[in-house]
Design a protein around this ligand. Structure first.
Ligand SMILES: Nc1ncnc2c1ncn2[C@@H]1O[C@H](COP(=O)(O)OP(=O)(O)OP(=O)(O)O)[C@@H](O)[C@H]1O
Ligand SMILES: [Mg+2]
Length: 277
């Protein structure tokens, strides 16, 4: 029996159910297959090479932690993958589709969603309405407002904002706005979710809750790339850690291996980093 036709293993059912909603279902929907394949990605701003030939493969169902010093190109990588900026060169494949050069709406429809490092809610709109906007985009938009509102409330509950549906976004706390950002991204029903520092500014209890949320997102069958400076969080939830420095990938591997890598210590962690004790 071919892999494509075998019955799901325990725990895979949610993955398959989620992907059935997405068009373009292909071999990459199998757990462990390559979902995102980035090759030779380059982006310059004037004379600054922000992405200097990035290669990266992310497998279906993985949580990949992306770390690196300030200005190393992490957010630019997300901006280019999601069509916010067009790459100068290189390829971005999601499943069997080439996305490089497409616009943000098309890439969202193909199944990639992201959060913004500086949260960008529609400030005057309620939490529910913010998430309903997300349900208007992506692979399987809601077919009417009733459905969008129901889905929005379900997602608000999923991210821990039950009871806050009618609060305008500008009245939410920072941690609530970060969660709203995640709910709005999830509303587009992505196959791949890019999280840009969703834990920055959170206290330890809130950070633990955010780590647990990332794990629950993966349980829904969504692959995650997570940019984060809080190393305990990165190491706590990532299957694999990728390190950028000056627009280049300098490490890619299991968390324990990456934090012991001398080039990573030199560029980012520092020799006296507490994680090395
Ligand atoms: N729109 C832009 N115009 C010009 N330069 C930019 C632009 N966006 C990013 N850069 C530059 O590209 C480099 C990479 O920036 P980027 O925001 O990707 O870094 P980062 O790794 O996300 O950093 P941080 O950890 O501080 O968020 C930086 O030197 C930054 O100043
Ligand atoms: Mg950034």
């Amino acid at each position: 029996m071919g892999d494509e036709h075998r019955p799901p293993h325990q725990g895979e059912t949610a993955i398959i159910r989620q992907d059935q909603n997405a068009p373009g279902t292909d071999a990459a929907t199998r757990a462990g297959a390559a979902l995102l394949v980035v090759q030779g990605l380059r982006k310059a701003f004037g004379g600054l090479q922000a992405l200097d030939g990035i290669d990266l493969v992310v497998h279906h169902g993985e949580i990949v932690g992306l770390i690196g010093p300030n200005g190393s190109g992490k957010t630019t990588f997300f901006n280019v993958i999601t069509g916010y900026f067009k790459p100068d060169r290189g390829s971005v494949r999601l499943g069997d589709r080439e996305l490089a050069g497409l616009g943000a709406v098309e890439i969202c429809r193909a199944g990639i969603a992201r959060t913004f490092q500086l949260v960008r809610p529609f400030a005057q709109m309620t939490a529910r309405h913010n998430v309903m906007v997300g349900r208007a985009y992506g692979a399987a938009p809601a077919s009417n407002l009733t459905e969008a509102a129901r889905d929005a409330d379900e997602l608000l509950e999923f991210v821990g904002l039950a009871g806050r549906e009618h609060v305008p976004a500008h009245s939410l706390t920072l941690v609530e706005r970060k969660r709203l950002e995640v709910a709005r991204a999830l509303a587009t029903r992505p196959r791949l979710l890019l999280l840009d520092e969703v834990m920055a500014g959170l206290n330890p209890t809130e950070t633990t809750a955010a780590m647990e949320l990332v794990t629950r997102i993966r349980q829904r069958g969504i692959t995650v790339i997570m940019v984060e400076h809080i190393m305990q969080a990165v190491l706590g939830v990532s299957d694999r850690v990728v390190v950028f420095n000056a627009g280049q990938k300098i490490a890619d591997g299991p968390p324990a291996e990456v934090i012991a890598n001398p080039a990573v210590i030199e560029a980012y962690l520092g020799r006296d980093h507490e994680l090395l004790d």
